[in-house]
Ligand binder design. Structure first.
Ligand code: ADE
Ligand code: ZN
Length: 337
């Protein structure tokens, strides 16, 4: 049974909608770019750096994540980072990606938005042309910084809206509620762009309510703690709101103690529109297929639930109805066989 599901997970076309491109920066590439850019690292070797990948909570991870990305300085760096991710997931039959980038983290180091965009967008276009992977690029604001910084970043982004498909909110959650960002997301909406916000990863259900009611989000990233509030679960189900769930991330950041306790199947049972993602695969021990594999191995996933998850990934994507139908037909064909 599990063997059949593992084979289906491998064979099915996949979409990933919650991926921080800076979180796909592998230790080997950190060292390569540090050398290329003459950046001094606090770690003596790849092994040393890998040994630091043990986290008790989100903040401990973020400290390492922001330190790691300090090697990203040039257009080539952003290109190489994005290209490495696309090549890796292409091998796993990922055919559509919607990826975040954190421009404020790079602006702080003096890297212009135009440089970041040229590298990331250039690689995404190359991936589309040569690997057949379609994409959306999501500019994510850092919630530990004030809203004024997000508003300034949005001004910088305005000349590049042809390359930015949506807006997000990430970084330290507790103490930085969605309500702090009402003005900037209202502007994003006015620009006609969809929005997706990290909420309920570590933060309380109240933050998910705020994301829905105050920011008018189109998706919720994570959303685990929504399960603590029955009225919220009902609302999310009624709205068919997508939750971009990240199982290995939840394990590594101690959102769950054991994958056997992961709430993904409970979410599906309650009628929630959940789907599977890798979040920051270089740090959390696995790319998208590894997340599906871990779920199949640790939870009593049924064939029907795996099929549902595969479909949810495409129905939640910011794709045209026509493209969604094409991908869904390909998913259904794998499950019909
Ligand atoms: N930035 C990168 N990964 C993140 C996560 N899991 N939660 C919040 N911010 C992040
Ligand atoms: Zn995330």
């Amino acid at each position: 049974m599990k063997e059949e599901l593992l084979q289906l997970a491998e064979a099915m076309p996949k979409a990933e909608l919650h991926l921080h491109i800076e979180g796909s920066l592998e230790p080997e590439l950190v060292f390569k770019l540090a050398k290329r850019n003459q950046v001094q690292l606090d770690y003596a070797s790849v092994e040393n750096l890998k040994a630091a990948y043990s986290f008790n909570n989100l903040q401990e991870f973020l400290d390492v994540y922001y330190a790691g990305m300090s090697v990203l300085l040039t257009e080539d760096d952003f290109y190489d980072l994005t290209w490495a991710y696309l090549q890796r997931v292409h091998e796993e039959k990922v055919v559509h990606v919607e990826i975040f980038f954190d421009p404020q983290a790079h602006l702080e180091r003096g890297v212009p938005l135009t440089v970041q965009l040229a590298g990331i967008h250039g690689a995404l276009e190359a991936g589309k042309a040569t690997l057949g992977i379609s994409y959306r690029l999501i500019l994510s604001f850092l919630r530990h910084l004030p809203e004024s910084s997000a508003l300034e970043t949005l001004e910088l982004a305005k000349p590049h809206l042809d390359q930015i498909d949506g807006f997000g909110l990430d970084s330290s959650e507790k103490g930085f509620p969605p309500e702090n960002f009402q003005q900037v997301f209202a502007e994003c909406k006015k620009l006609g762009k969809p929005i997706t916000v990290h909420a309920g990863e570590e933060g309380p259900p109240e933050y998910v309510w705020q994301a829905l009611d105050l920011l008018k989000v189109d998706r919720i990233d994570h959303g685990n703690r929504a399960l603590e509030d029955d009225a919220l679960v009902e609302r999310l189900a009624k709205d068919k709101m997508t939750l971009t769930v990240c199982p290995l991330s939840n394990l590594k950041l101690c959102v769950v103690e054991d994958l056997k306790e992961h709430p993904l199947l409970t979410m599906l049972d309650k009628g929630l529109h959940a789907m599977v993602n890798s979040d920051d695969p270089a740090y959390f021990g696995g790319y998208l297929l590894d997340n599906y594999r871990a779920l199949i191995e640790q939870l009593p996933v049924t064939r029907q639930q795996l099929h549902q998850l595969a479909r949810n990934a495409f129905t939640s994507a910011w794709l045209s109805d026509e493209d969604k139908a094409r991908h869904l037909a390909a998913v259904d064909e794998v499950f019909a066989g």
